[in-house]
Design a protein around this ligand. Sequence first.
Ligand SMILES: [Mg+2]
Length: 415
Amino acid sequence: MERLIFHIDVNSAFLSWEAAKRVAEGMEDLRLVPSAVGGDPKKRTGVILAKSIPAKRFGIKTGEPVAMALRKCPALVLVKPDFVLYNKCSKSFMDICRKYAPVVEKYSIDECFLDMSGTKMIYPDPIAAAYEIKNEIRDTLGFTVNVGIGNNKVLAKMASDFEKPDKVHTLFKTDIEKKMWPLDIRQLFTVGAATASKLEKAHIRTIGDLALSDLRYVQSLIGVKAGIQLHNYANGTDESPVLSEPEEPKGYSISTTLEEDVKTADNAFNILHALSDSVSARMRADGVRAFCIGVTIRSNDFKNRSHQKKLNEPTDITSEIYAISRELFSELWDKRTPLRLIGISLTDVTKREEEQMSLFVDEHKEKERQVDKAVDEIRNRFGSDMIMRGSSLNSTLNVGKKYKAELENRKGDNI
Ligand SMILES: [Mg+2]
């Protein structure tokens, strides 16, 4: 049976999600003005994570320092990254996808694959079905997606990358020569800059050039494994199945696949902080602590690497989890390879009440616990938006100070 796969990709996800939220609140549409997500707007530090099309016209680039972006466009509207919002939007659009497809694979925070094979009875016209999904997401959630339709994952993924935004494209096996082979080799799924330049030196410049090259020759240029994979992709061959959510490992984990590759340590640290914050709050709510902290990174060629650390005492403290994950990250990353995914896992968990009382009370840890507790309480009462941690804060000390200041302000407001 011929397979039928959809790939759904949110257009400029981080910026669109913030814009959709603001439009729903009656504010201006960030997509229509020079705007960007990143850093700390108040301190004017950090890097640009995503930008609007009008911002792009000022030459603002993803990954550049906020200060530089502001020099290019002083009127730039800057907003802090909000991973709580992103996860919510991610879940909402994938829930819509699940209404249409029996099997949905979350591929990243803003991308998923739908296996529509065998749905001909329900959806006689796949293109009409794709429009229906796309329009339902746009009309109910307020942001746009591209839908790519193909006979396997790589074709669907390539198709969704054609013209944006708010579009449906097909790339069936019969279209490969016409629609895919003329494209630049750099546009082929998983081809990074290093691989591309090796191929280009050997005069393989288009996807068609690669498809028609001798496999052994390609392997001699870029390696046996990468060679066969890219040669297959260029020929539109990909047997990999669409998989629903992988089983959660025992313990707690959180990861975010990034809309744009992470290229700086600062940027990665901000993300690690947001992840530490979110995962540790979940653990505290469940009354557990973990003995083992792990960090996973995935480079843009889809290679995963991870690193773990065993602790003498289990923890659920945000600042401690952040500090250790930062350490692990720095050991893992070569400071060069662009990253697609960053994740933290906490395993070897224990129930809080089962822990033995420590002989010595660690005053520093106790203070951190009080900060976490206060933050958790406020969030439970007023919602998670009330306190945004992470991105703007650099040191543990600041974390404590900042929250105390915010808590005092709240008291003054008589809430
Ligand atoms: Mg996207």
